[in-house]
Write a protein that binds this ligand. Structure first.
Ligand SMILES: Nc1nc2c(ncn2[C@@H]2O[C@H](COP(=O)(O)OP(=O)(O)OP(=O)(O)O)[C@@H](O)[C@H]2O)c(=O)[nH]1
Ligand SMILES: [Mg+2]
Ligand SMILES: [Zn+2]
Length: 296
């Protein structure tokens, strides 16, 4: 009789998948022809059922349903996305942060806004970002990958979860990864270790964090996969607007040119951050013109 075991795929190279079991053991399995038949490719992050035969060879029998799936890095069942911005250089691209928040809503991923490079603690640049996102999400943390400021709080927040990193270049994603893995290498050295080149495609790999949980090792972020969002969905994806949208005269108000709009009133009296609202207008208008193009 075959004993079915359960584990999480943490990497897959050349048809061999490494699974991490609850007992902390690693098993290397093949996927057999199973997935070519139903078109399923196992991904890191997948929860799988597998068996081990008398020779000790493992075989994946099935993949449990995915909660979500990222393209770059290719990881399934992501619990949290770290949206990394910098409190110094480079200037934060908050439109990207807003879009990543929408992406998280769509994919049902818990967003964490990580304000990095707060080397001596919170500073005016960091406070400014916190001010803009105060009511937009539950988890915002100011950290420094360099000095370790705030890293303990971040570690606690992430414990036990499957994590990916996102954000513009040079904000410190690799440095944060380094710190969360408990490595104390310089970023250059880290490149050699976790961004090691392979002859073929780079496969994402989930690495165990210092404090429990797994983190994807591909810090080179693109997430150019834009999630198709209908314009009408967007207002409901702004938690910081919800307290005020009940006061809008029209149901389905886009908070754009409609009269008697609760959200616009909240912007006018400073309850909603004006810069965040202006970026909302830009993102909503983009979605409107994207739809127009789709039907042209
Ligand atoms: N002062 C300061 N510098 C930092 C901090 N974190 C990272 N850096 C520096 O910022 C630069 C970019 O850091 P990386 O970790 O390579 O940034 P990245 O987001 O991985 O960049 P890409 O791989 O290009 O997307 C490096 O010179 C780091 O040493 C920090 O907390 N404080
Ligand atoms: Mg990097
Ligand atoms: Zn409105």
């Amino acid at each position: 009789m075959e004993l079915i075991k359960r584990g999480k795929i943490i990497k897959g190279v050349g048809g061999f998948y490494t699974l991490l079991c609850d007992d902390g053991k690693h098993y290397v399995c093949k996927a057999r022809g199973l997935f070519r038949k139903n078109g399923q490719t196992p991904l890191p992050g997948d929860d799988a059922e597998f068996t081990v035969d008398y020779k000790g060879d493992g075989f994946i029998k099935s993949i449990l349903p995915r909660r979500n799936e990222l393209l770059r890095p290719a990881v399934a069942n992501v619990d949290m996305l770290l949206i990394v911005v910098s409190a110094s250089e480079p200037l934060p691209d908050l439109e990207l942060a807003d879009k990543l928040l929408l992406y998280c809503q769509k994919q049902e991923i818990e967003p964490v806004l990580v304000i990095n490079k707060c080397d001596d603690g919170e500073n005016p640049a960091c406070d400014n970002i916190i001010g803009q996102y105060r009511n937009a999400l539950d988890r915002i943390v100011a950290v420094s990958a360099e000095t370790g400021y705030g890293m303990e709080e971040l570690r606690k927040m992430l414990a036990g979860n499957t994590i990916c990193l996102a954000g513009q270049s040079a904000v410190g994603k690799s440095s944060l990864l380094n710190s969360l893995l408990g490595l104390n290498l310089k970023t250059g050295e880290l490149s050699a270790k976790t961004e090691r080149g392979r002859h073929t495609t780079r496969h994402a790999e989930l690495l165990p964090m210092h404090s429990g949980g797994l983190i994807a090792d591909t810090p080179g972020f693109s997430m150019l996969e834009s999630v198709p969002v209908e314009p009408e969905e967007i207002p409901g994806m702004y938690p910081d607007f919800s307290e005020y949208s009940g006061a809008c005269r029209f149901k389905g108000c886009m908070h754009m040119s409609e009269p008697d709009c609760g959200v616009k009133r909240a912007v006018a009296n400073g309850s909603i951050d004006e810069k965040r609202y202006n970026r909302y207008l830009k993102i909503a208008n983009e979605a409107i013109s994207a739809r127009r193009h789709r039907y042209d």
